[in-house]
Design a binder for this molecule. Sequence first.
Ligand code: HEC
Length: 122
Amino acid sequence: MIRPATVMFIALIGSSQALAGDADNGKRLFNQCVSCHSVVANTPKKVGPHLGGLFGRKAGSVADFAYSKALKDSGVVWNEETVAHYISRPSDFIKGGKMAYAGMRKDSDRDDLIAYLKEATK
Ligand code: HEC
């Protein structure tokens, strides 16, 4: 038998996916990335490439950054889906890549982070 609480839970999951991500929460979540990434171009070098102009950018295309061959040759173009896929588990999406980040597993967190990134990396 399906209990009412289960139905509520499913309804909540469904509705949260229909909503756009929460950019304020995304900004907070970016604390997990900020030690290695800047959201704008022309900032002092960090461990990872800057993310300025990320959406629509070809993977591995920041000129003076030493990417892994795996990322450079991936043929990926960054959009909402590819970024979400990558940050959910970087080592699965780009096998042999060198981003030392375990992954952001929660769908809603990734939605929020991407909502923030879309604004901040423009
Ligand atoms: C420990 C440092 C580190 C952390 C933490 C980190 N990254 Fe990265 N990131 C890297 C490195 C290094 C690369 C280059 C990977 C390669 O060459 O394989 C990279 C690559 C990327 C790229 C591809 C950029 C391009 O130019 O193709 C994106 C997008 C990205 N990271 C997003 C994120 C986000 C979002 C987070 C936080 C959830 C994050 N990263 C956390 C180091 C990090």
